[in-house]
Structure formats: structure tokens, C-alpha cells
Design a protein around this ligand. Structure first.
Ligand code: NAD
Length: 369
């Protein structure tokens, strides 16, 4: 069978049909933007590491409704480089201690928090208190309590909070959700998913439990967890899990690899893994009554592709997932409607990941309320 390669325009047409009844698909529906169509929201990037440098700042240049107007960094030398590269005025450059001074700066509408996981609450709350909307990277935080605090403080400030779940805007992942919702292969029964990579520098924060909250589960396993949730459209009822460490020098504080299982209320079973050791794990496969489909790679920034069990390809034109995610959040703010990736969605993942770690610790199945 021929490859299925739709243009984004074709995809938007087909996805718009399904969008009304499927929350995961909703944000790709084309919409009329009645207010000033030239209005762009000012974004401050807080944390100028790898993701900001190589993905977010370049993506902001491609957005329709956003512009990079401000930076937050603890390193003056970095501020100098960014200031020149992105033409950022001195009055829009902040550090983590003076973020409160953003209040009243009309150049900033949204703060995008891109710091290590355990600093997300601190920086989100500072931004909300300064009267800014917040887009925060995944995982939302390292505990349920801190995640809830982020939601509460943004609500108190009357500001929106979104989590950087870029795959909610990615056409091939959306197509797989459509295959399940429309029961193209009948009822979904089982999901296998995994994501991982061999981690390098042993001194990085990702291997530090206090800053990362955990190992590959928190960093990349969250994508496999998300896939099980958006494919099934359900929340796991129970989880069990096991971890391994074969390099105790590098993995003193966090797991090296983890495998977990989840059972969903309808009876769907998921079998997932995340690793900081093994290369090339980046996939999901969904098995239904009359067939299966998969994406491999499933979670990359580009090149996502897959197939149905009969060989038919699943492939769409690459989009800039970060630009799509930021434009969608900007539109939600401009049109005063909720994002489909709110803080509550981030909190659900954190709750499940904590239950998975609890299952590892106790060697018991953990039930989720
Ligand atoms: P990074 O280490 O490259 O950058 C982190 C930044 O935070 C650095 O600029 C660093 O200087 C700054 N920072 C501030 N306080 C710090 C402290 N106390 N310790 C260490 N660094 C501190 O990390 P990254 O890869 O850019 O990841 C940042 C966040 O983005 C993480 O939450 C990560 O999970 C998330 N992320 C998401 C994606 C995605 O696809 N959505 C991809 C990569 C990273």
C-alpha cells in the first residue's frame, strides 16, 4: 500500500472533523481570531540551556502569535550573548532573584520556564506573582505538592498555566489518537511504549535526584506515560514497576532504567520503559482487536513515522512542535479560553510517576484513585 503522506493543510482538514469530540485533537482545529490578528505575545525564556538555545528561541522566530522579548538567566555572560543575538533590550533582562520586577513590564505576557525540574515551581510562582502567564516544561515538578502549588498560585494570579507537552500538537501522534477514537482497528487492548538514550556527562543535573526528581522516568519516560494516556483516553487505575542500575558510579541517585506496567479502567494494559543506558528506544505500539499500529520514532522533534500492521505508513510533514505549542498557548490567552495542556495535565503525570516510584520502592502494585 502507498505511503500516507498528508500535507499539514490536509491534516488540519481531517483533524478538524474529529476535533470537536476529542479533547486531545481540539487545539489543531483552525479557528477565526477576531481580535487584532497582528498581536504577538511577548515571551520571556527563563533558563537558557540546551532546550532554550537549540529549540525554543529558534522556534519563537517561526511563531505567528509570539515573540521573544525577554530572558531570565543567572549568568551575565550568557545574557550578553542572547541580548546581541535576539536584540533584547537591557530592561527586559532578568535573573532568578529579580523576576518580581517583571510586574508592570508590558513587553512580557508569558514566562516559559525551562530550568531543571525541581526549580519549576519556584520560577512559575515568581512569574505568576509578577502577573505573567506561564508555560512550564515537563515534567511539571518533582512532587505532587509543588505541582499543586503551581496550579494554585497561577489561579490566584488569574493567569494561565500550560505544560510543554509538544506532542499534543504533532500530527502523527494525533493521527494515532484518531485511529483509537474512531476504532479503526476495533477496541484498543494493549500498548507498549518506551523512550530513552545513553546519558553522557555524569555531573549533569539530570542525574541529581534533588534537581531532577528521578531518572529517565521523569525525563523521558513521561513521554511513554503520556502516550498511554492519550491513546487510551483513560487514567491508569494501577501500576507496578521495577528498576535496574548496572553502573552504580553514574547512577548513585536515580534509576538507570525502569520498566512499568499499568492497567486502565476499561482493561487496557500498558507495558512501558525508560532508560538512560540503551540507545534507540523511542516508540509506541498499540494493539487493538483487529490490528495494530505504531510510531517509531514516536517522540522526536522531527522525523516521526510509523505504520499500521498491514504495512500502510503513518507519516506527515514535520512541523516545529515547539512553535505550534507556543502559538496555541498564545491563542488560548488571546482568545481567553483554556489550554488543552493545563497544569492539571502535568499534575496527573506527576501523580502517576510518584505511584510508579512507590511501586518500585514497595515491590507492590499501587492503585491510583
Ligand atoms: P539544561 O541543563 O541544558 O538547561 C537548564 C538551564 O537552567 C541552564 O541554562 C542552567 O544554567 C539553568 N539553571 C538555573 N538554575 C540552575 C541550577 N540550580 N542548576 C542547574 N541549572 C540551572 O537543561 P535542558 O535540557 O534545557 O532542560 C530544561 C528543562 O526543559 C527540563 O525541565 C527538561 O525536562 C525540559 N526539556 C524538555 C524537552 C522537550 O522536548 N519538551 C526537551 C529537553 C528538555
Amino acid at each position: 500500500m502507498g505511503a500516507q503522506f498528508q500535507t499539514r493543510r490536509d491534516f488540519l482538514k481531517t483533524s478538524a472533523l474529529a476535533a470537536a469530540s476529542v479533547p486531545f485533537l481540539g487545539a489543531l482545529a483552525p479557528r477565526a481570531f477576531a481580535a487584532d490578528p497582528d498581536r504577538k505575545l511577548g515571551f520571556a525564556l527563563a533558563g537558557l540551556g540546551n532546550l532554550s538555545t537549540h529549540q525554543l528561541a529558534p522556534a519563537l522566530q517561526k511563531t505567528k502569535y509570539c515573540k521573544l522579548t525577554s530572558i531570565v538567566t543567572g549568568q551575565p555572560a550568557k545574557a550578553e550573548r542572547w541580548k546581541v543575538q535576539y536584540n533584547i533590550p537591557d530592561k527586559n533582562i532578568y535573573n532568578y532573584d529579580n523576576m518580581w520586577q517583571m510586574a508592570g513590564n508590558p513587553d512580557i505576557d508569558v514566562v516559559y520556564v525551562v530550568t531543571p525540574n525541581a526549580l519549576h515551581a519556584e520560577h512559575t510562582i515568581k512569574a505568576a506573582k509578577a502577573g505573567k502567564h506561564v508555560l512550564c516544561e515537563k515534567p511539571m515538578e518533582v512532587s505532587v505538592e509543588k505541582s499543586q502549588q503551581m496550579i494554585d498560585e497561577c489561579k490566584k494570579a488569574g493567569k494561565q498555566l500550560a505544560i510543554g507537552y509538544r506532542l499534543h500538537f504533532e500530527p502523527a501522534n494525533l493521527e494515532c489518537v484518531r485511529l483509537v477514537r474512531e476504532k479503526t482497528f476495533g477496541d484498543l487492548r494493549m500498548i507498549e511504549a518506551g523512550f530513552g538514550f545513553p546519558i553522557g556527562d555524569p555531573t549533569q543535573w539530570r542525574l541529581n535526584k534533588a534537581l531532577a526528581g528521578g531518572g529517565p522516568l521523569m525525563d523521558v519516560g513521561i513521554y511513554a506515560l503520556q502516550a498511554t494516556r492519550y491513546l487510551s483516553g483513560e487514567e491508569p487505575a494501577e501500576v507496578s514497576a521495577i528498576t535496574t542500575v548496572t553502573d552504580p558510579v553514574k547512577f548513585k541517585e536515580v534509576e538507570e532504567s525502569i520498566v512499568w506496567q499499568a492497567k486502565f479502567p476499561s482493561g487496557i494494559l500498558a507495558h512501558c520503559s525508560a532508560t538512560y543506558k540503551v540507545p534507540g528506544t523511542n516508540f509506541f505500539r498499540a494493539r487493538a482487536d483487529r490490528g495494530w499500529f505504531e510510531l517509531d520514532p514516536a517522540f522526536s522533534y522531527g522525523g516521526i513515522r510509523g505504520r499500521h500492521g498491514d504495512g500502510q505508513a503513518i507519516r506527515f510533514e514535520d512541523i516545529d512542535q515547539f512553535a505550534a505549542e507556543m502559538d496555541d498557548f498564545a491563542l488560548c490567552i488571546l482568545e481567553n479560553r483554556p489550554t488543552k495542556v493545563p497544569g492539571e495535565e502535568g499534575l496527573r503525570d506527576v501523580k502517576i510517576m510518584m505511584a510508579i516510584y512507590e511501586a518500585v520502592k514497595t515491590s507492590k502494585t499501587v492503585k491510583l484513585a
